[in-house]
Design a protein around this ligand. Structure first.
Ligand SMILES: [Zn+2]
Length: 128
């Protein structure tokens, strides 16, 4: 097995030991009582911008939706499916979050691609 997979499996075991089987059992509490995060974060998929890591939050503290360049597309009244819009509606109307944070970051590859038409032109339809 390669090193990356071993590292991920070890991390998953640590996660389960700490959050699922640990004395505090945050996950058990959340599964029994549901999540009631006070803050929702829209963040980029970039690995450097993990909201829970940056804000040092525990499971249940944040309701997070991530996409490339943390783009929130405008509302469209049609039959298409919009993941970010659905997450926003769920977070605001169902979970009743008190705060909404759009977490941008420097040197975003998604924003760079958006602003640089040449990068997008290189992408084929298969890439999208
Ligand atoms: Zn980004």
């Amino acid at each position: 097995m390669n090193q990356s997979l071993n590292r991920i499996l070890k991390g998953y075991k640590t996660f389960r030991d700490k959050y699922v089987h640990g004395d505090t059992s945050i996950m058990q509490h959340l599964s029994q009582h549901g999540q009631k995060p006070e803050m929702m974060v829209v963040a980029c998929c970039d690995s450097r911008v993990d909201p829970a890591l940056i804000l040092q939050c525990d499971p249940g503290d944040l309701f997070i939706v991530r996409n490339v360049a943390n783009i929130v597309s405008p509302y469209e009244k049609d039959e298409m499916h919009y993941g970010t819009s659905a997450a926003l509606e769920f977070g605001i109307n169902f979970l009743k979050v008190n705060h909404l944070v759009l977490l941008g970051h420097s040197q975003c590859g998604g924003v760079n691609a958006l602003m640089n038409g040449r990068i997008l032109a290189k992408m084929t339809k298969k890439d999208l």
